[in-house]
Write a protein that binds this ligand. Structure first.
Ligand code: ZN
Length: 266
């Protein structure tokens, strides 16, 4: 049983507020709009959203998923992203406490959430998230070596981060190229390649195999389900980005335990 801690409330609310900002990013980045200005407004009637209607998680429930001005339905995605971000923030707090490992993982998880929901929505992985993410992963690895102390060793060494970036990006680049040569169809988007490079930069090369394994299993399971439900033969493009993000998340939370289990079975 996990002990309850009053800080959990604060952590949850902090996560929900950040989740609310991630929603703005998910909505506006594909449109090429600023995430700062203008302030939140209804996407349908453009009415500005009052502060008391902009409370993460709760406003969606109080407003019963409808805009106060025009009664248009609010996408459940807003609620889902806020609740997911808040829950993952609490989970990160339980895992790492408050410290450098929490901070770097939190930024990483926020990037994964933005990327997943944009990829689900418009089948694009935005460079404005993945490319700075690659740089940030490298910077954190240098900070982990020279500046900050990470008792959980979730921050990889600079060499592991750099090789993760190169091997991750290079591997998917090669897979995409081979797939294209044989099928004449573009299989792996450039966005997936940069995302996998970002995951390698943040978690080190050791994370890549497990992440790819989780992602492929998840992708295959969903792909087969779609085939069964919608019928075999037709191509239904399923974004791979969310599965890579999910794989990276599983590695972040359970990677060390899995590696220990694999190397030293009980
Ligand atoms: Zn409205």
């Amino acid at each position: 049983m996990l002990d309850f801690h009053p800080v959990i409330f604060v952590t949850f609310i902090f996560g929900a507020i950040v989740g609310s900002f991630l929603n703005v990013c998910i909505q506006r980045i594909p449109e090429g709009e600023s995430v700062i200005h203008p302030p939140s407004h209804c996407p349908n009637c453009k009415a500005p959203i009052a502060f008391y209607d902009n409370i993460p998680v709760f406003s969606y429930l109080i407003l019963r998923a409808r805009c106060r001005a025009c009664r248009e339905r609010i996408s459940p995605r807003y609620f889902a992203v806020e609740l997911l971000t808040a829950s993952l923030t609490v989970a990160l707090f339980y895992k790492f406490g408050l410290g450098p490992a929490f901070l770097t993982s939190f930024i990483f998880v926020a990037a994964l959430i933005i990327i997943s929901f944009i990829d689900l929505d418009v089948m694009i992985i935005p460079d404005v998230i993945s490319l700075p993410g690659i740089v940030l992963g490298l910077v954190f690895s240098l900070a982990g070596r020279y500046v900050i102390d990470d008792p959980f060793e979730i921050i990889p060494s600079p060499l592991s981060s750099l090789s993760g970036l190169l091997v991750g990006g290079g591997f998917l680049l090669a897979v995409g190229w081979i797939y294209e040569v044989f099928t004449k169809v573009e299989g792996m988007g450039g966005g997936d390649i940069k995302l996998f490079a970002m995951i390698g930069a943040f978690l080190g090369w050791q994370s890549l195999l497990a992440t790819l394994l989780f992602a492929s299993l998840g992708g295959a399971a969903i792909g087969l389900t779609v085939m069964v439900v919608k019928g075999v033969g037709r191509r239904y493009p399923i974004p791979f980005g969310p599965f890579l993000c999910l794989g990276a998340l599983l590695y972040l939370f359970f990677g060390k335990e899995l590696a220990a289990f694999y190397l030293y079975p009980p």
